[in-house]
Write a protein that binds this ligand. Structure first.
Ligand code: GDP
Length: 472
């Protein structure tokens, strides 16, 4: 399918060419470099492999099942502002982090690791909120295994609660609900459960599948139980990694420290990272000079699901960049240089996110199946009406999906979600904020603004029929 898109031919032509060459392939099958070269040649194209994709540049050996051992789940806490995300993270850090050596100062490095009462480990990403989560996902990083959604029991399911639920669901990450502030006299957990049910989150004691715990980030009530529920969820996911290989993982944070140089917090996802290893991350590389954990304790080695801050890179990679340990400094430098070139080229070339105009072209080459839309509007009634009408435009060929709908201006978080999910944003009687407009330009996300519902529906319909007149 990807190859067909690149060559602007129908996917059927590619498949039949493969068949005539003796290759039985399906539409989503990955082809090796040799096959791609042969097929492209049949269509009169020559090939050059320049992808910045880690899989393409860095070939990783497959793990044997017997080398895989259990790893700690990686958790992100999300929810509405003031519902207690930071308090929960702080409470867990204070009570569950095993004390460091004397002199170790607990510091914020973007992630930390706790040992629960049952002796099991959980890794928390220390940047609460879905912006960071979705920004990482937009960069292709999948690090969160489980999301805790915090809802204050003395408040309601709020817009950002819904947004967080949405973001976790779109990412396919399991959710555990924490109803917080139950120490407050005005707390009403049942009301929250009812509101969650309206968002299709039916909690367990109401017969649903979502685990839920009543907690207080102030008194600590229910927090051990909450962590047990996270572990239960992790057990179902059967999270495993091989600690005995060259490390790879994701950058969580990076900064420049005037005295020490570039500091990067990395989350090891596979293998073990050791001092002295040569690392490449994004367009930067370097030899690991020193590593510390979140307690400020020096460590020599870090295994799967462990966050560490490392010193030694020659620049600051972006959060969400992958890192890999390489065999030699020369190899790492070559890859970093190549990526830098690619980044430069890529920023010149356009990234092809979906636009209404683009639909016609993709339809013509037969590879368009799903249209993801984010709907924002000024009042609930129009958001609902517009979303329903757009959904009804679905045809057997193209499924329309409303991945998020809400009242309010088009926010940066909407743009990030659109970027992560290849969606267009439809605004009805609302505008993007200046910063989200800028971000949309940068990410090349199409925002369509309407003041008449009928116009919005007609334009999307025309686009889906390949009939939209391109805007000049
Ligand atoms: P965030 O914006 O989601 O990170 O929320 P914070 O953690 O900053 O909490 C917002 C406010 O609620 C702060 O004043 C906290 O002290 C308070 N708070 C958080 N959790 C609880 C709780 O369990 N009980 C009570 N009574 N207050 C809480």
């Amino acid at each position: 399918n990807d190859l067909a898109v690149m060559m602007e031919v129908s996917v059927n032509q590619v498949i039949s060419t493969c068949l005539s060459l003796g290759m039985f392939v399906s539409i989503n099958q990955r082809l090796d470099a040799e096959a791609i070269t042969v097929i492209a040649d049949e269509f009169g194209y020559s090939t050059e492999f320049i992808s910045s994709d880690d899989e393409e540049i860095i070939t990783e050996a497959e793990d044997h099942p017997e080398d895989m051992i259990e790893r700690a789940p990686i958790v992100t806490i999300m929810g509405h502002v003031d519902h207690g995300k930071t308090s929960l993270l702080d409470y867990i850090r204070k009570t569950k982090v095993v004390q460091g050596e004397a002199g170790g100062i607990t510091q914020h490095i973007g992630a930390y690791n706790v040992t629960t009462d049952s002796g099991k480990k959980i890794t928390f990403l220390d940047t609460p909120g879905h912006e960071a989560f979705t920004a990482m996902r937009a960069r292709g990083a999948k690090i969160t295994d489980i999301v805790i959604i915090v809802v204050a029991a003395d408040d309601s399911v709020m817009p950002q609660t819904k947004e967080a639920i949405n973001h976790a669901m779109v990412a396919g990450v399991p959710i555990v609900i924490a109803i917080n502030k139950v120490d407050k006299p005005t707390a009403n957990p049942d009301k929250i459960k009812e509101e969650l049910a309206k968002e299709n989150i039916l909690v367990e004691d109401w017969g649903g599948k979502y685990q839920c715990e009543l907690i207080s980030a102030k008194s600590g009530q229910g927090i051990s139980e909450l962590l047990d529920k996270v572990l239960l969820e992790a057990e179902i996911l059967d999270l495993k990694a091989n600690p005995n290989r060259n490390a790879s993982g994701t950058i969580v944070e990076a900064s420049l420290d005037k005295g020490r140089g570039y500091l990067a917090t990395v989350l090891v996802q596979s293998g073990s990272l050791s001092v002295g290893d040569v690392v490449v991350a994004g367009a930067h590389y370097g030899k690991v000079k020193a590593m510390t954990d979140h307690r400020g304790v020096k460590v020599k080695k870090a295994g799967p699901s462990t966050p560490v801050q490392l010193l030694g890179l020659n620049g600051a990679p972006q959060a969400g960049d992958k890192f890999h340990v390489m065999g030699s400094e020369r190899e790492a430098r070559e890859i970093a240089t190549k990526r830098e070139q690619l980044l430069r080229e890529q920023s010149i070339r356009t990234r092809k996110h979906i636009t209404l105009d683009e639909i016609g072209r993709r339809l013509a080459i037969g590879n368009f199946k799903e249209l993801n839309i984010i709907v924002k509007g000024d009042v609930d009634g129009s958001v609902e009406a517009l979303s329903d009408s757009l959904l009804k435009l679905s045809t057997p060929e193209i499924q329309v999906r409303i991945i998020h709908k809400a009242v309010g201006a088009i926010s940066e978080s909407d743009v990030l979600l659109a970027s992560a999910s290849d969606a267009i944003i439809v605004g009805f009687q609302v505008r993007p904020t200046t910063t989200s407009r800028k971000l949309a330009d940068q990410e090349e996300i199409e925002i369509r603004l309407y003041s008449i519902i009928y116009d919005a529906i007609n334009e999307v319909k025309d686009a889906m029929e390949g009939m939209l007149e391109p805007k000049l």
